[in-house]
Write a protein that binds this ligand. Sequence first.
Ligand code: SF4
Length: 374
Amino acid sequence: MQIQNIRQRLRALAARPVHEDRILRAWLQARPLDQRTKRQSEHYYPVSLREGLPALQADLDALARIRSLHPGSDGSARLLVELSDGQTVESVLLPRGGVCVSTQVGCAVGCQFCMTGQSGLLRQISSAEIVAQVVLARSQRQVDKVVFMGMGEPSHNLDNVLAAIELLASHGAIGHKNLVFSTVGDPRAFERLPQGSVKPALAVSLHTTDASLRERLLPRAPRISPAELVEQAEAYARATGYPIQYQWTLLEGVNDGDEEIERLVPLLQGKLAMMNFIPFNSVEGSGFQRPSEERAWEMTQALRRHGIIACLRDSAGQDVDGGCGQLRARALGQQPDQALPMAMPQRANAASSLTRASTQRAPSGVTSFFQNGA
Ligand code: SF4
């Protein structure tokens, strides 16, 4: 179901625009669709609409349900969310009023360190299902920030993500800068985001300054050099006034060397940007390793010494089954290695040059950045 289908259904039930707005607002606040103010009589809505609302409510409730909830010690909670066709995705409730939502079931980018990427793309998530994850989060706690950093690459489902963003801004009382679109650097995102009536903040998954390493770590991300990526992101930052939030999953011995800092400094100096280093969440069976705290801190300080805003972040609820895709894999009875898909191309050169298998992603760690109100 798309947002447009909900609107059409309301109109077919004789809802006037004012009714439609009111009902959509009720849905986005996780309130009953037929909720009225004290001053509104029971005849406020036309009979056909009153009679049709229970069925619509049931269909909206079925868009996203909590299969399991996993509270973290940091105040976050990971949700395994079941969609109406039984597929599952993950959302993360962040400690200070944020929620991280998924935009696809699986993901085609295939990042080497990401469990979600290993499944390949299973299906797109509809605009209504994206919004339903926010509604579900609001049924649990207050939400005033939405980051599109769960499972999936938002720019691969751009129409649905942008429709969800528009509705969250217009009827969901979420400020534009509190809607955070993330991308690995898809040109479609850079083209469409500036054209929208709602301009979200932008997070860019950079991960390395080495173009060839990036091609191996993010095998199906657009072939755009880190310098070009930063240039395009900077143009959006200047147009909106919102700093770009660069994400960098720190992998020991892969992208935590001094040479990365040497290249990062000229790349980010003077930019409307901030860097978030997120040490990889090591899990048993993972080939990648988490760097030491000292090393991660050194890298953060090195950027700060050059006047670049840099933060060291940790995953929201990292004590709860690590990164994005882990809960889903566990629910499917997959271990990290078992989760490797048939569709995952054998990139011998990537695997051998990295000399590691991949199992886990950072984006859920990425989300922890936003819980700090940045
Ligand atoms: S890290 Fe993000 S873009 Fe990369 S495979 Fe995972 S979900 Fe897709």
